[in-house]
Design a binder for this molecule. Structure first.
Ligand code: PLP
Length: 400
């Protein structure tokens, strides 16, 4: 029996069985052709069954699929860490790999904590954002702020040991630093776009102010770009605009091929562990960190991103989306938000979206709404007609 995610198994709508996927199309076992508006939780940026990524993985598979990084190393993980060091902004050069975004967030939080204990500081508080989502493991839940995901664990998460949440407003930021500044290990944010918390978008000036306050109070700034990284906001990384001390990447890292993530630290953080003292070593090590197939997929994915000028593809997606959504309104709709390769229609009452999945399915689109949000985060290789089809389907739901 498969236990499906975020679902009451007793009343679960049967999942759609997929036989084959190609480009932006999902082909069901009973012959339906669906345009994918979700990119398999925002990760499949090159579309499915990409010949070059397939070939790269097959090539590595001939050599080996996996060896552990405890005492061993290999070319794909070295090449990927070199590539990331060169490609990522500033001195974000030190790559700690792990198998999922949640774990990579845990790694970032542990790094920030131990960075402080290594220097003899007793700082123990984390600053985070309201409506944040950072993953489903326990500490990631605590820095997260969405009861819609974690209500069942209220007893354990309501205490939020040493986590303070603020809205994305500069006044709140200043107040929080004035009150907690010298107790903070880090400030963790999903920069510019809060995904699972409802595709909420906010201004870069908030992050500029955060950078300034983190410098002033000697607090590490952590960007969780598991969702926003690799172009989703229209920027390659939000870290290109404001430089964090620690950057977390996941989801699209491997082009959605294999679960993998990386926590990238800057030189300051790295040096906080560099010591003759064995106890200052970073004590973490996921079994599958640096998996050779995942690293190979990631390298090819980054190569495609650069070579095929993905930022221009994303700009085009945003232009088409703005054009198609212009003038759309409905009394049930609270707001339409667009940023880069993300569009979200927020409704006042989530029950308004009941039945949309089937409606979309019948129109050849795969969509998965959540709570009060109908959204699209398409693969960047999508054609104009296919994108328009998705957006038309979203709008049509309100005109039926
Ligand atoms: C999806 C997500 C995570 C968790 O990643 P998993 O690979 O699902 O563990 C963490 N942070 C953000 C911002 C995410 O969108």
């Amino acid at each position: 029996m498969i236990w499906y995610p975020y679902a009451q198994m007793k009343t679960l709508d049967a999942p759609i069985p997929i036989e084959r996927a190609q480009g932006v199309h999902l082909y069901t076992t009973d012959g339906h052709d669906l345009i994918d508006s979700v990119s398999s939780w925002w990760s499949v940026i090159h579309g499915y069954n990409h010949p070059e990524i397939n070939a790269a993985i097959a090539g590595q598979l001939e050599k080996f699929a996996h060896v552990m990084l405890g005492g061993l190393t290999h070319a794909p993980v070295q090449q990927l860490s070199d590539k990331l060091a060169e490609w990522l902004p500033g001195d974000l050069d030190y790559c700690f790999f792990s198998d999922s975004g949640s774990v990579a967030v845990e790694v970032a939080l542990k790094m920030a904590l131990q960075f402080n204990t290594n220097r003899g500081s007793s700082r123990d508080t984390i600053l985070a954002l309201e409506h944040a989502y950072h993953g489903d493991t326990f500490k990631a839940m605590e820095v997260g702020d969405d009861e819609d995901y974690h209500f069942a664990f209220g007893k354990h998460s309501e205490k939020k040991h040493g986590v303070v949440h603020i809205p994305t407003e500069t006044a709140a930021l200043e107040t929080a630093f004035a009150e907690y500044g010298d107790r903070l290990t880090c400030f963790i944010v999903e920069p510019l776009l809060q995904g699972a918390g409802g595709m909420r978008m906010y201004d870069i000036r908030f992050l500029e102010k955060a950078r300034q306050l983190c410098n002033q109070y000697d607090v590490l700034l952590v960007f969780d770009e598991v969702a926003t990284g690799f172009g989703r906001t229209g920027n390659r990384f939000v870290a290109d605009l404001v430089l964090p001390d620690i950057l977390v990447l996941g989801k699209a890292l491997t082009g959605g091929y294999i679960g993998h993530a990386v926590t990238v630290a800057n030189r300051k953080v790295w040096e906080g562990f560099w010591s003759d003292e064995p106890a200052h070593a970073f004590m973490h090590g996921p079994t599958f960190m640096g998996n050779a197939l995942a690293c190979t997929a990631a390298l090819k994915s980054i190569e495609l991103f650069e070579r095929e000028d993905y930022l221009s593809k994303i700009r085009r997606i945003e232009e088409i989306t703005r054009r198609e959504m212009a003038g759309f309104s409905d009394p049930r709709v609270k707001e339409v938000r667009i940023m880069g390769g993300c569009v979200c229609i927020e409704v006042y009452d989530g029950t308004v979206l009941d039945g949309f999945r089937k409606f979309a399915y019948e129109r050849g689109v795969f969509s998965r709404t959540f709570l009060r949000y109908m959204y699209a985060m398409v693969p960047y290789v999508i054609g104009e007609q296919e994108l328009v089809r998705i957006l038309d389907t979203m709008k049509a739901w309100f005109c039926k």
